[in-house]
Design a protein around this ligand. Structure first.
Ligand code: HEM
Length: 140
């Protein structure tokens, strides 16, 4: 994740943010389409869930340049997720649903460069979360 990735993610996300309620719902619709096995994990209202996801994503995106400032919140989020039954391999389909809604929301503005920047950022965020909740893989 380079400083240029961070700039591209922040400037593209600023174009999505005004419609974030709608985007949050669209995100879960897409997620359950590509990963229907996740549906039973979500017990609450999906509109509310969409808002929570988008607001956490906003905090993370805003804090990318000072990554250490968002690390504790991401770690706690990840540990709660392990408690919801989330496994490390579940992060990839969630990333795919995120890329899909960005593509839908940004249209022509979702260039290859912007897509690659988001892939790098999601990799960094999910990497921190997976390590916090399940360890780095070399701890036995
Ligand atoms: C960057 C990645 C993710 C972000 C930002 C995120 C964000 C959130 C937020 C803010 C909540 C509200 C509850 C809380 O804060 O603990 C939540 C709940 C939840 N998330 Fe995530 N999440 C991510 C990845 C995932 C993944 C990979 C899964 C796997 C399927 C998942 C499944 C869930 C479930 C099952 C709940 C609880 C739903 C319920 O209690 O009904 N999330 N997520």
């Amino acid at each position: 994740m380079t400083p240029n990735d961070i700039d591209l993610v922040q400037s593209s996300f600023a174009k999505v943010a005004p419609i974030d309620d709608e985007t949050g719902v669209l995100f879960y619709e897409r997620l359950f389409e590509i990963a229907p096995q996740f549906r039973p994990f979500f017990r609450g209202d999906i509109d509310e869930q969409g808002r929570m996801f988008m607001s956490m994503l906003t905090v993370a995106v805003n804090g990318l340049a000072t990554f250490d400032s968002i690390r504790p919140a991401l770690s706690e989020l990840a540990i709660r997720h392990a408690g919801y039954g989330v496994k490390p391999e579940h992060y990839a389909p969630v990333g795919a649903a995120l890329i899909w809604i960005l593509d839908q929301s940004l249209g022509d503005d979702f260039t290859d460069e912007v897509r690659n920047a988001w892939l790098a950022v999601y990799d960094a965020l999910s990497g921190v979360m997976i390590e916090a909740a399940y360890g780095s893989g070399n701890a036995g």
